[in-house]
Design a protein around this ligand. Structure first.
Ligand code: C2E
Ligand code: MG
Ligand code: MG
Ligand code: MG
Length: 279
């Protein structure tokens, strides 16, 4: 009897696994097709100065509108693209589109783009410098956002590549700082120009003193290393005021805008001029 039950359980799990596997295979095929039929595009979320709330740039975030699936969040398809070796072509597309957009905007507007650990390859500096050249874009108008994940394997190689990227003049931000593997030691290598505080620390800082303590220490660390600090996930005026007081330099979040189409982002750049984004 026990043996029968055991067998049943095994079969149950294996069919679950099998359908999960099938879902993945289908998603992988869809990503491949999406790259060919250009179903991906970038959305641009505003970043503002904490000092005067002026627009300083955007974070480019990849978007996928699948004809049947509809909107698929990047948290769902990026990990699959990473695992099945499609992050290279998808990443190249993101670099191309981010540079293309940035080149249409004036100084000091910068465009930040997210770079997966799978893209940290010796060829990346070449790919990026060619894109910069194609759009006659100075390196300092682009920022790369990487997570602590880049240091998981072959960290010295990653540092070397990040150093070569930095030499192109681009900024390199450490994204979701404080949520991953602690890699504070890497700050000594001086490749980062910015720390981004994860929205999870920002959003309930009002009710969790521990979050305020974390944010304070991130800001102090950044200042000591001459890096700037961005607070993500700022949704309310109270969040904004708190992050400004804690010493964050730039602010990003729904209070100032959700990720926008290129056209809407462009309206912000050309239309608002010196006006504040929120008032
Ligand atoms: P991330 O780089 O930390 O991006 C910030 C995420 O927070 C974005 O979600 C953004 O829409 C969201 N967000 C911004 N402000 C607020 C807010 O005030 N409230 C809330 N609730 N959320 C806010 P998104 O676009 O879904 O991206 C999720 C993650 O997927 C990104 O986290 C990044 O890790 C990854 N990702 C997105 N686009 C790309 C890309 O082009 N390349 C790579 N490699 N990864 C990407
Ligand atoms: Mg990011
Ligand atoms: Mg982040
Ligand atoms: Mg994130």
């Amino acid at each position: 009897q026990a043996k029968d039950a055991g067998r049943g359980v095994v079969r149950y799990f294996s069919s679950e696994l099998q359908s999960e596997q099938e879902d993945r295979v289908r998603l992988e095929a869809d990503i491949r097709a999406a790259l060919e039929s250009r179903q991906f595009h970038l959305a641009f979320q505003p970043l503002v100065s904490a000092k005067n709330q002026k627009l300083v740039g955007f974070e480019a975030l990849v978007r996928w509108n699948h004809p049947k699936r509809g909107f698929v969040p990047p948290n769902v398809f990026i990990p699959v693209a990473e695992e099945c070796g499609l992050m290279g072509p998808l990443g190249d597309f993101i670099i191309e589109e981010a540079c293309r957009a940035a080149a249409t905007w004036p100084e000091p507007i910068t465009v930040a783009l997210n770079v997966s650990p799978k893209q940290i390859l010796p060829s990346l500096p070449t790919v990026l410098s060619q894109a910069l050249a194609r759009y006659k874009l100075p390196g300092n108008r682009i920022e790369l956002e990487v997570t602590e994940g880049v240091f998981i394997d072959s960290s010295s190689r990653s540092l070397d590549i990040l150093g070569r990227l930095r030499a192109l003049g681009v900024g390199i931000a450490l994204d979701d700082f404080g949520t991953g593997y602690s890699s504070i030691g890497y700050l000594n290598k001086a490749v980062f120009h910015k720390l981004k505080i994860d929205g999870s620390f920002v959003r309930d800082a009002g009710t969790r003193p521990g979050n305020v303590a974390i944010i304070k220490s991130i800001v102090a660390l950044a200042k000591d290393f001459r890096m700037s600090v961005t607070a993500e996930g700022v949704e309310t005026a109270e969040d904004f005021e708190r992050m400004r007081e804690l010493g964050c330099d730039t602010i990003q979040g729904y209070l100032f805008g959700k990720p926008l189409s290129y056209e809407r982002a462009n309206q912000l750049v050309t239309g608002l001029g010196a006006r504040k984004l929120a008032s």
